[in-house]
Design a protein around this ligand. Structure first.
Ligand code: PLP
Ligand code: COI
Length: 363
């Protein structure tokens, strides 16, 4: 089947966490360390198309050692969040945008595309059954991780014939230790993340594997994240290992690198462009060179910089370090435009402000 008429077979976990176990876990969730009681799964095979949609107890996957994903990394994923609302309800933020991006990632990795309605339904069904796992603490949420793997056992290099789509859920607080304080970036000069014609615009596991040596190098230098330059000229700022980047200038304007095919089209990025414009700010999607960034930071023309993404939300950037560059942005702390944009975004996500763009999908 093409999956359009699938309904989920719901198998409840017979031994879920108790309310008190859950409460203990939710007190200090960190990021991506604890998981809910259930998962959503859908299978794909060449003959049957999408089939066997289930909500089932979360458990280990049994994979043949020759499974395609383990050798050739045919894998894509998404990241989104469910938020607890003041009226006791819950909502997802722009899930259809994640469904669309998942579709695009699947095409890039030669995988079957999951109908976008089925993607959204899988996430909604999982959040409904594990609703008690949505944290209520300030700034916390339930992170959803849909992913798909080539599940055929075969060592020939060609697209797999069989796939497993799965959604897991993890209650999370801040992605960075220390919460909202400014982070230090490492400028990756030895390693690039994505090249023209490559997979940089797809959300596939391989992109993250390729970024880890640079991250390890940055961590040795005391930095929290890595900023990558374009692979051709090694000059233009692209994005961080797991976040997009914005710059704020002394005239109040904002700038973010354009979507040229080598960076991930972030949904947070898109939302902040719209919210910035709603505030009357000029927002440019234009290339920004690393030498210019250093010069502008030193002259004071560049006032603020921040990273953004589902996990990172809006994270101020205080400093940049590298072999040939190094500077502090503003006074090294969160700036006012960064904080205003963060508040505008999170006020919508947590149901504290009117949702003018109709971004929330209530459960
Ligand atoms: N860039 C990369 C490489 C990412 O992993 C992410 C996180 O998902 C983003 C950007 C931001 O995307 P989004 O705002 O859709 O979460
Ligand atoms: C997300 O923000 O959803 C991501 O996938 C980024 C990752 C660093 C957790």
């Amino acid at each position: 089947s093409n999956g359009d008429a699938l309904t989920f077979d719901i198998q409840k976990n017979p031994s879920p966490a108790t309310a008190s176990e859950r409460e203990t876990l939710l007190q200090n969730p960190g990021f991506g360390r604890i998981f809910t009681d259930h998962m959503a799964t859908i299978r794909y095979s060449q003959d049957r198309g999408w089939h066997s949609a289930k909500i089932e107890p979360r458990k280990a996957l049994a994979l043949d050692p020759a499974t395609v994903v383990l050798h050739y990394a045919q894998e894509i994923f998404e990241g989104m969040k469910a938020y607890h609302l003041p009226d006791g309800g819950a909502a997802l933020f722009r899930p259809s945008a994640n469904a669309r991006r998942f579709h695009n990632s699947a095409e890039r990795l030669a995988m079957p595309t999951l109908p976008e309605d089925l993607f959204v339904e899988s996430v909604r069904e999982l959040v409904k059954i594990d609703r008690d796992w949505i944290p209520t603490a300030e700034g916390a949420s339930l992170y959803l991780r849909p992913f798909m793997i080539g599940s055929e056992a075969a060592l020939g290099t060609r697209p797999a014939t069989d796939y497993l789509y799965c959604v897991i859920a993890s209650p999370v607080a801040s992605y960075f230790k220390g919460g909202a304080s400014a982070v230090t970036l490492w400028l990756s000069e030895n390693f690039t993340r994505a090249a023209p014609g490559g997979t940089g615009a797809a959300k596939c596991g391989g992109n993250y594997a390729a970024s880890l040596s640079a991250l390890a190098e940055g961590q040795r230098e005391g930095c929290e994240q890595v900023v990558f330059l374009d692979a051709v000229e090694k000059r233009w700022i692209e994005e961080l290992g797991g976040m997009n980047i914005f710059f704020v200038f002394d005239d109040g304007s904002l700038q973010t690198p354009p979507l040229t095919g080598t960076i991930l089209p972030g949904i947070t990025r898109d939302s902040l462009i719209k919210l910035g414009r709603d505030m009357g700010l000029t927002v440019r999607e234009e290339p920004y060179a690393i030498d210019q960034w250093q010069a502008d930071a030193e002259s004071g023309r560049l006032r603020e910089a921040f990273a953004c993404g589902t996990a990172a939300v809006v994270t101020p950037i205080g400093k940049l370090k590298g072999r040939s560059h190094g500077f502090t942005i503003g006074d090294g702390n969160a700036g006012p435009v960064t904080l205003r944009l963060k508040a505008a975004l999170t006020d919508i996500q947590f149901g504290r402000a009117p949702d003018k763009h109709e971004w929330l999908d209530r459960l």
